[in-house]
Design a protein around this ligand. Structure first.
Ligand code: GDP
Length: 141
């Protein structure tokens, strides 16, 4: 397996709960390299653009508003098989269905306020990473 990069977001619910540090610790302990990291408070337009693939879903407006409630911690993670490994660490979308020991099981509040985001494919990561980070912000470049 070749090295992959994925976009990870600690969503506003988890930043507000002050568990962003615990989530970063889990990421580091799992062996990911953090190649970029920043805190941003998204505008509604930025959230709408990020979640554009979900525009037809009934929860699109609510999801976009949730993502603007407060700052998010954005990261680019690098590892072998990073996309699947980060999704495994996150757990299922619905925290009630997430496996014990996963981030969503331990920190999510609801299916919407579910603590973290991860790219779901190499194609998504290739769109999501440059949506938030310029190439100059990735270390090593
Ligand atoms: P993910 O890849 O596990 O993040 O899940 P999806 O791509 O299916 O959904 C994107 C995000 O939309 C999720 O992480 C949730 O924040 C939110 N979401 C997903 N399903 C629902 C739902 O049924 N209701 C609401 N309100 N939000 C949802």
């Amino acid at each position: 397996m070749t090295t992959q990069r994925t976009l990870a977001i600690v969503k506003p619910d988890a930043v507000a709960k002050r568990v962003a540090g615990q989530i970063v610790t889990r990421i580091e302990n799992a062996g990911f390299t953090i190649v970029a990291l920043k805190l941003i408070h998204m505008s509604l337009d930025e959230a709408r653009g990020f979640y554009i693939v979900h525009r037809e879903r009934p929860f699109y407006q609510s999801l976009c508003e949730f993502m603007t409630q407060g700052p998010c911690l954005l990261m680019v993670l690098e590892a072998d098989n990073a996309i699947q490994r980060w999704r495994d660490l996150m757990g299922a979308t619905d925290p009630a269905k997430a496996a014990p020991g996963t981030i969503r099981r331990d920190f999510a509040s609801s299916i919407e306020a579910n603590a973290v985001h991860g790219s779901d494919s190499p194609e998504s990561a290739a769109v999501e990473i440059p949506y938030f980070f310029s190439s100059l912000e990735l270390c090593p470049r």
